[in-house]
Design a binder for this molecule. Structure first.
Ligand SMILES: [Zn+2]
Length: 155
């Protein structure tokens, strides 16, 4: 089953256009950079230099998978700086200092199980309110114990 699937994929690739060909007109595209906007938490963020492929013939623009991933991560980094939010590294540091797994911190804060993982990977970003709560946990001794006790009392 697995074998026939990979053969299909390979033959499809053999038939397809070259990797950098324009999907609209087939012209070879060229690598360029330009400013693009992306909404983050409902706000348009401008990323100044986004790598992409540009068609000189019909002006089609294509973001390769890696370009698109990088674009999203850059937009989130810019958003974090603009709003003074904790960076992905600062989030990871404060969690490790508390000796908590990503899943455990999600549970204590009432977040979805993969939320912290996405914040630390730069694929998503915390709200301003959650950022404030995380700062309190980091800077006020006993905060995390308070949250733990609240969970125990509620259980
Ligand atoms: Zn084209």
């Amino acid at each position: 089953m697995k074998k026939s699937k990979s053969r299909q994929t390979a033959s499809r690739h053999n038939r397809s256009l070259p990797l950098d060909a324009c999907p609209s007109c087939g012209t070879m595209m060229v690598e360029k950079r330009k400013a693009l906007r992306l909404p983050v938490n409902g706000e348009e963020v401008t990323v100044p230099s986004v790598a992409h492929l540009h068609c000189p013939q019909c002006h089609e623009m294509v973001l390769r998978f890696a370009d698109s991933k990088r674009f999203g991560e850059d937009a989130i980094t810019i958003y974090r700086k603009k709003h003074g939010l904790l960076s992905a590294d600062e989030l990871r540091d404060l969690r490790l200092r508390l000796n908590l797994t990503q899943a455990k911190l999600c549970q204590l804060l009432g977040l979805g199980a993969n939320t912290i993982s996405r914040w630390e990977a730069g694929r998503n970003v915390q709200t301003t309110a959650m950022d404030m709560l995380l700062r309190l946990i980091r800077d006020l001794p006993g905060s995390i114990d308070y949250i733990r006790e609240h969970h125990q009392a509620a259980a």
